[in-house]
Design a protein around this ligand. Structure first.
Ligand code: FUB
Length: 323
């Protein structure tokens, strides 16, 4: 890319970043990555009524070459998964008075008309990453701290010695109404949540998953539970299946190969208007996209008759309008 084009691209990114703070906008995606004016990462998608809500982290354009710089989360909504409305960022790290910074991976789920946003964030006084919860009456916010403190802190999981093992929350409400929070790096854990969605309702359980790195995503289809996660490094997405949300989990192999030039590979899996989708990130926009300047992509996901998932085909063209 010549210098002039690169400069224009960087100016556009810088401008759109500042403009987006103050206004909503419509994005018509022309393929993957679906958003090209901002670096978006760690997608979590949620189907509510007739729309998909896409929650992402935001890699800043000037992120250092070998570390994350993320201060806010973003939200987009769509009725067809091609035309997206970018909403004003409804949540940043300052919403959590007890936290320091780092808007890492997150997931939103609705219960009884309230939307709970579970986020990974660096704790202000307890060394390491932690999991906090924000709540809102609307999927697009405004969100506020639901608990006034972290739900999970690094000192609750001392068998893993790194400071970033309490990250990447994923939540499910089982058919009997019991909610579970999954999370982890190096070791995957889960804990039952009370009906209020902001308190633990039992002990933290550690799972034994083959080559687990991070990014668990829990979902259910028909009578199977699926636990997909990032494995090894650079990361591939692999998955396990079970007849119960608590396991035992049977390893089923690779779901998505290394996502191009991003060493992380963080997924969300949804069904919308009759089709299944795999939402992930790579580093494919601009000359400087990569592991710390990532971009969300969406491709189709297909299940086999026996419930196993076919390996995802990552494409440039992406998906067509959902009808
Ligand atoms: O975005 C920061 C971290 O990178 C996430 O928490 C991980 O899943 C990886 O994508």
């Amino acid at each position: 890319m010549n210098y002039h084009i690169k400069l224009v691209g960087l100016i556009a990114i810088a401008l759109s970043t500042s403009i987006a703070k103050s206004q909503e906008k419509i994005i018509v995606s022309t393929g993957n990555p679906i958003i090209t004016d901002k670096y978006t990462a760690d997608p979590a998608a949620y189907v509510y009524k007739d729309s998909v809500y896409l929650y992402t982290g935001h890699d800043v354009p000037k992120a250092p070459k070998n570390s994350y710089e993320m201060h806010e989360w973003l939200v987009y909504s769509s009725a067809d998964m091609v035309t997206w409305k970018e909403h004003k960022s409804p949540l940043d790290t300052k919403a959590f008075a007890w936290a320091k910074d780092d808007a890492w991976a997150s997931q939103v789920i609705e219960r009884d008309g309230k939307f709970y946003w579970y986020v990974a964030i660096t704790h202000g006084t307890i060394h390491g990453k932690s999991i906090g919860i924000a709540v809102s009456d609307s999927p697009t916010g405004p969100f506020k701290d639901a608990l006034g403190k972290a739900l999970i802190t690094n000192d609750m999981t001392t068998d893993v010695k790194i400071s970033w093992d309490d990250i990447d929350p994923s939540v499910i409400i089982d058919d009997d109404g019991q909610a579970y929070l999954f999370w982890g790096n190096q070791k995957c854990r889960y804990v039952k949540l009370k009906k209020n969605m902001i308190e633990m309702d039992g002990p933290i359980v550690t799972l034994d998953l083959k080559e687990f790195t991070e990014a668990p995503w829990i979902h259910k289809r028909k009578d199977w539970y699926y636990l997909s996660y990032a494995s090894q490094f650079p990361e591939k997405i692999v998955y396990a299946m079970s007849k119960k949300v608590t396991g035992p989990w049977e390893y089923k192999g690779i779901l998505n190969e290394i996502a191009g030039n991003s060493n992380t590979n963080h997924q969300a899996i949804i069904n919308f208007k009759g089709k299944d989708y795999f939402v992930y990130h790579n580093g494919a926009i601009n000359n400087d996209g990569g592991s710390y300047r990532r971009s969300v992509c969406i491709d189709y996901l297909y299940y086999n008759k026996d419930g196993t998932m076919k390996r995802v085909l990552m494409t440039t063209e992406g998906i067509k309008k959902a009808k």
